[in-house]
Write a protein of this length. Structure first.
Lengths: 320, 313, 336
């Protein structure tokens, strides 16, 4: 599905506004736990998600996209910068209920993101129960069943356990759980990459429909440019903790300016320009050169600390 | 070619289309079905399991209704009838104080089983809490688990004797002593499980939506921890019975004149040749019960391992 | 009925004799209710040719890969009519024991998560030397030199230094290259790669796939590439076989399958996969793959197929459409 032609007009307050976010991790020595290094996971990042629209964060492992998402969710405390969700400045002191009614999350792996021994009803009810968001049991049941129905899970299944569902169905339940408190923003962390191709499109479709129906905004984390193109109104490409390119998907993905974005596009097998030869260097020079050739080039900002990415460095962290 | 429709209705269709095939799978996983099947396999799966279950049931029944059924008094002494052989009046004879051996046996059953069960419950609750707290809190765990390790380093019976000496004899103190000895086992198991579980995505999801650690422990973790905790409980049950009997054997356990199998074995051994009916019933009782519980515990472990391979958490 | 003849049981196409020939492969897992994960699969891979087996979860593709090397002996019943590598036939029982005649010199594997199947407690130099010693009888000095050479072949220029590393010190892409080096060290005739790039970043994955192709051509090795990514398969392999619910449903040249896929499932996969330039709508396939324990007669895709009709209730055989293109659908002849 091509991205919607017109992004919904940003009426009023943006669903998410991140300004100048910085997050560092200290690397500790194994035994004495002394600081041996600092990792700049997120460096001075700005990001917006307009109300009711979808902004995608694209990058590979080590890009900082997951860390940024965790900062938005309040799971990490940034060193600097601000996070405003639905107009509310959030930080470590934000009360859980205030945060939970504004932003929720759907994780990547539906096989492990649902509590295995809880039935679907309890899983979806959990946010409501934890935050005491309902007046009585009847309202609880009603909202839980409504949430399940809206993602295509019939009410009769509410007593089943996650084990009895397929991957796509589990992800639907995870989406229902994220929706039940009616947040203005949902962080989707690679929501379909653990699913079969034939099911991915179902979930993407569902997400779009839910956005149309409830006006919820999405922050979509993905390494998959094609998924981004299908659902996002705006995209930011991250590399090594910084946003290297941002804009409308139609533009960015058709005429990428930054060499890293270009390399990402070319690496997609479904891209018309994909070719094995592009990645296969001549035997004489070896792999490393191909890596360098792709990331050097015009469009890089003049910051001196951007070291050329050789083969080793690109693969540094395990896949997030 | 496939033509798509962008409606929620198709979402429903998509989800339910696989329903028919999944229904049969789903029914096989219904909680009540699983529990019933599990129990049946566990208790009646093999001839040995049936025998063990029968033994345990027997002793439980004896403990519950025995004292009501058996004529004779466990505590009342009857000097005139001391050391008399089994008869109609005294089914298993009398001991050196003229007390009815059968009555003492069934009362002893009640004492042993009650003490051991209470110990298991106490250990389960306290040990799990301890282990869970340590599991959630990295820094605290350094201290707590070292204490646990230290306690585990002392041989159980020795520790129990020392505690009884310090606390004084009494049914309550026995429970305390036995519990202290066995709590570390539960703490270790709970610690390991909680530490592993909290890294899984569903735990992060629960914490991301704002659930407190207590809620995460009780609602999200405990159901997945039941198998390992149950196995541990079965193990502790049999060792608690033996430890209590050992304490009583040594005179440091159940205070006389309350009957206890251990005490009966201790006094019975003196009269091994003159009044064998004093010793053997208690020995057979203790041996059969502990063996049956242990074997069922092993079987529980095997059954749960098998399930663990086939299913998920 | 249709005029197409059923596919010949042994589709040995492309360049001359087949390096790997499989006929009638079936795998049934010994679960409480036996699970027939693979039903009557036949294919062949020629000299220096690469065949990709594409499927989603539950399609049986991984089971096919593992059955060939006897890796399923504890958990499944594996049977075949014919398994021949480099002209030599093997029976299932021969691959069932610890001294597997096929392992290493004839057939070698690369799996998805290199860090979970490389020995974490041995340096990679030791592991490489062990393989070279066991399969090629090399002494220590010779093996070390060969190992460094191998590391260079897989694109690790400072091989000599890397020999002393442990697997956990390597990044995902590097670890997979090392794993590939270990797999090709005994100079196998056939390399089976089971989702070798699924756990890697996109750019790294592309380079690993390119590496595999280069090695394959340089060594005249046949490659069996198992993947769930149809585009990747079609763009990097010579031939593609699509599996669904334990059966082969379409086999053909890569370009053929990509542009002229006749099986509705293949068409569905192509339509459902996102396209990088976003010019095409992502069209989902409704429903989910069947539970293999309870699958019955007839076409296994019919519950999700938009073109399903009465004849689909009968078992459907692979039909030969000519030019090396086989499809398991009675509608295959005629317009796509």
């Amino acid at each position: 599905m091509s991205a919607p032609a017109v992004a919904p007009t940003a009426v009023g307050v943006p669903a998410l506004e991140v300004a100048g976010l910085c997050k560092q991790f200290r690397q500790l020595s194994p035994v004495l736990r002394r600081t041996v290094g600092v990792l700049d996971a997120v460096r001075d990042v700005d990001l917006q998600v307009a109300a009711g629209s979808t902004t995608a964060l694209v990058g590979e492992s080590g890009s900082g996209k997951t860390t940024l998402a965790r900062c938005v969710l309040g799971l990490e405390r940034p060193e600097a910068g601000t996070v405003d969700i639905g107009g509310l400045r959030t930080g470590p002191r934000t009360r859980a209920k205030e945060r939970a009614t504004r932003v929720q999350v759907v994780f990547q792996d539906p096989n492990t993101s649902l509590t295995p021994r809880m039935d679907l009803r309890s899983i979806v009810a959990e946010p409501l129960v934890v935050h005491r968001a309902v007046a009585d049991r009847r309202e609880l049941e009603a909202r839980v069943l409504a949430a399940l129905e809206s993602v295509g899970i019939p009410a009769s299944w509410s007593r089943r356990r996650p084990r009895e569902l397929s991957g796509g169905q589990r992800q639907r339940v995870a989406i229902a759980r994220a929706l039940v408190l009616r947040p203005s923003l949902i962080v989707l962390d690679e929501p379909v990459s653990a699913l079969d191709v034939s099911v991915q499109a179902q979930i993407i479709r569902l997400l779009r429909d839910l956005q149309d129906e409830y006006g919820v905004a999405y922050l979509l984390i993905s390494h998959d440019l094609a998924i981004v193109r299908a659902i996002a109104h705006s995209v930011s490409v991250m590399y090594r903790g910084q946003v290297v390119e941002a804009g409308v998907p139609g533009q960015v993905l058709r005429e990428p300016r930054h060499p890293y974005t270009q390399s990402l596009l070319h690496a997609e097998p479904s891209h018309p320009a994909w070719s094995l030869d592009f990645f296969d260097p001549s035997p004489a020079t070896g792999e490393a050169d191909a890596g360098r050739a792709m990331t050097r080039g015009p469009g890089r900002t003049g910051r001196g600390d951007d070291a050329p990415a050789d083969e080793d460095r690109t693969d540094d962290e395990p896949r997030s | 070619m496939v033509v798509g429709q962008s409606t929620l209705g198709q979402a429903v269709g998509g989800a339910v289309a696989g329903a028919a095939a999944l229904d049969r799978t789903a029914r096989a996983h219904r909680p009540m079905t699983v529990l019933r099947d599990n129990l049946r396999t566990l208790l009646l799966g093999t001839p040995l399991a049936v025998a063990c279950t029968a033994v345990v049931v027997f002793w439980v029944v004896v403990a519950v209704i025995g004292p009501l059924v058996v004529p004779g008094e466990p505590i009342v002494t009857d000097v005139g009838a001391r050391l008399s052989a089994p008869s109609a009046a005294h089914w298993l004879g009398t001991d050196e104080f003229g007390r009815d051996v059968a009555a003492r046996l069934v009362s002893g059953a009640r004492v042993s089983l009650t003490l051991a069960s209470i110990t298991v419950v106490v250990c389960l609750v306290v040990g799990t809490l301890l282990g869970a707290v340590a599991g959630f809190n990295e820094r605290l765990s350094q201290v707590l688990m070292r204490v646990v390790d230290a306690v585990m380093a002392i041989p159980g019976l020795v520790l129990a004797i020392v505690l009884m000496a310090v606390l004084g004899q009494g049914l309550g103190t026995i429970v305390i002593a036995l519990s202290v000895v066995h709590i570390p086992l539960f703490a270790r198991v709970a610690f390991g499980e909680v530490r592993a579980l909290k890294e899984l995505e569903f735990a992060q999801a629960a914490s991301a939506l704002g659930a407190s650690r207590w809620r995460i422990l009780t609602r999200h973790f405990l159901p997945s921890m039941t198998s390992s905790l149950t196995v541990q409980a079965s193990y502790v049950l049999s060792t608690a019975i033996i430890t209590e009997a050992s304490l009583s054997f040594l005179g440091a356990g159940v205070p006389p004149p309350t009957p206890s199998w251990g005490a009966e074995i201790s006094s019975g051994k003196t009269y091994l040749f003159t009044a064998p009916w004093m010793l053997w019933p208690a020995v057979i009782a203790l041996t059969t019960l502990v063996l049956a519980v242990s074997l069922l515990g092993d079987r529980l472990r095997d059954v749960l391992d098998f399930r663990a391979d086939g299913g998920s958490l | 009925m249709s005029a197409a003849r059923p596919a010949s049981p042994s589709p040995a196409r492309s360049s001359g004799t087949a390096r790997l020939e499989v006929r009638g492969l079936s795998v049934t897992y010994r679960t409480a209710v036996p699970t027939p994960a693979v039903t009557d699969v036949s294919f062949s891979v020629g000299v220096g040719e690469s065949l990709a087996i594409v499927g989603e979860s539950g399609s049986g593709k991984s089971s096919v890969a593992r059955a060939l090397g006897g890796l399923l002996r504890g958990s499944a019943d594996v049977a075949w009519d014919e398994l021949a590598i480099d002209g030599r036939s093997f029976r299932p029982a021969q691959l069932a024991g610890p001294s597997n005649p096929v392992a290493g010199t004839l057939l070698s594997y690369v799996f998805q998560e290199p860090k979970s199947y490389l020995n974490p407690s041995l340096r990679i130099g030791s592991q490489l030397r062990e393989i070279l010693g066991t399969h090629l009888g090399m002494g220590r000095r010779e093996a070390t030199a060969e190992a460094v050479q191998l590391l260079g072949d897989v694109g690790i220029p400072d091989g000599a230094r890397r020999m002393a590393d442990y697997p956990h010190q390597l990044s995902g892409g590097l670890a997979q290259r090392v794993a590939i080096a270990m797999a090709i060290a005994p100079r196998p005739v056939v390399l089976v790669a089971d989702e070798p790039t699924s756990a890697l970043d996109v750019t790294v994955a592309a380079r690993v796939v390119a590496l595999l192709r280069r090695l394959q051509r340089a060594r005249g090795m046949s490659l069996l590439h198992i993947t769930h990514n149809l585009y990747l398969a079609a763009r990097s392999s010579d031939r593609v076989a699509v599996m669904y619910a334990g059966q082969l449903v379409e086999v053909g040249d890569a370009a053929q399958v990509l542009t002229d896929g006749r099986m509705p499932y293949t068409q569905g996969l192509l339509a459902a996969a996102p396209s990088a330039d976003g010019m095409r709508e992502m069209v989902p396939i409704p429903g989910a793959p069947p539970d293999m324990r309870f699958v019955g007669h007839g076409c296994r895709f019919r519950e999700r197929c938009p073109l399903a009709a009465d004849p689909c209730g009968e078992d459907v055989a692979l039909r030969d459409l000519g030019g090396g293109h086989d499809v398991r659908c009675w509608r295959a002849e005629g317009a796509a």
